[in-house]
Design a protein around this ligand. Structure first.
Ligand SMILES: C[S@@+](CC[C@H](N)C(=O)[O-])C[C@H]1O[C@@H](n2cnc3c(N)ncnc32)[C@H](O)[C@@H]1O
Length: 286
């Protein structure tokens, strides 16, 4: 086999970053399928392909997430474009979408808001699964919204995208359902230095409060939520593995009823939510 054959490049890269990641990067560089790699390991790579592959393997070896190198990630059975401006969608967030879709399907023409939309994965999936819904997505990052808009267009999802700080672009608006996967890692948490997190946008991961409990954004979403919900409307928020009890307390302080938490596929309480009481005027001031 020639030195620059696909087979040799794959074998050498596998020793550095593992067989699967090496394969996926090689397929991306060659624009070929897994079957092509298996069937023709003797085929030569061009100099350009070899150097592009080597650069990607080195970035992966330095800890950069595979999804950023491939430029996409899968969520809810769909492929979403991702880049350094957005959080890579996590499988556990599908619970938030499933719970929201279940509620939305019981309503005729629900208005749904997705706060902190990032890649748009939650909003796009909800718009596709509940075509009768009117979906609005908010993010403070203009760069993230650009990615989200492209993802909505790619999947033909009708979503209204707004830039701003949580409810700021939603003044005077009410929804039947507010969903959010907000940043919830405490600033200074050692996990921020692990598992590719240093490559993801800090603004998508933490509430920016040094030494805090990571719940700053959840507080800011929960407190005024009832004023943006129709009577009987629901707020559903994803949170950290150890934040369910505190999130339920925040929902209770914000006047919510029917408060509950739901477990993800790993058995961890991952989403908490509650229902807006009929009379908002009796709620504590936001
Ligand atoms: C954890 S990411 C979630 C992204 C996406 N919804 C998902 O589940 O993959 C949180 C998102 O909230 C956005 N964000 C952070 N602070 C915000 C704020 N004050 N107002 C609106 N969005 C904010 C970030 O830019 C980021 O896209």
């Amino acid at each position: 086999m020639p030195e620059t054959s696909i087979g040799n490049a794959w074998r050498r890269a596998s020793q550095r970053i593992g067989r699967l990641d090496a394969r996926l990067l090689l397929e991306r560089v060659r624009g070929c399928s897994h079957a092509d790699l298996i069937a023709h390991p003797e085929r030569s790579m061009t100099e350009d392909e070899a150097s592009r592959f080597e650069a990607l393997v080195s970035r992966r070896a330095a800890g950069e997430p595979l999804a950023y190198l491939l430029g996409s990630a899968w969520f809810g059975g769909l492929e979403f474009a991702v880049g350094p401006a957005v959080l890579i969608p996590r499988p556990e967030t599908e619970l938030l979408v499933d719970l929201a879709a279940r509620r939305a399907r019981t309503l005729e023409k629900p208005r749904i808001a997705d706060l902190g939309t990032g890649s748009g994965c939650v909003a796009v999936l909800l718009a596709l699964r509940c075509p009768q819904a009117d979906v609005t997505a908010v993010d403070i990052s203009a760069a993230a919204l650009e990615v989200a808009r492209a993802n909505a267009a790619r999947h033909g999802a009708a979503v209204r995208f707004l830039e701003g700080d949580w409810y700021a672009p939603l003044a005077g608006e009410r929804f039947d359902l507010i969903v959010s996967n907000p940043p919830y890692v405490a600033d200074g948490d050692p996990h921020l230095g692990m598992n590719g997190l240093p490559f993801e946008p800090r603004q998508a991961l933490t509430d920016g409060v040094a030494g805090g409990d990571g719940l700053g954004c959840i507080r800011r979403i929960a407190a005024p939520a009832a004023r943006h919900l129709e009577p009987g409307g629901w707020l559903l928020m994803e949170h950290g593995y150890d934040q369910a009890a505190k999130t339920r307390k925040l929902l209770s302080e914000a006047g919510f009823r029917e408060i509950a938490s739901w477990r993800d596929g790993a058995g961890i309480e991952r989403v908490s939510g509650g229902q807006r009481p009929p009379d908002v005027d009796c709620l504590p001031a936001a």
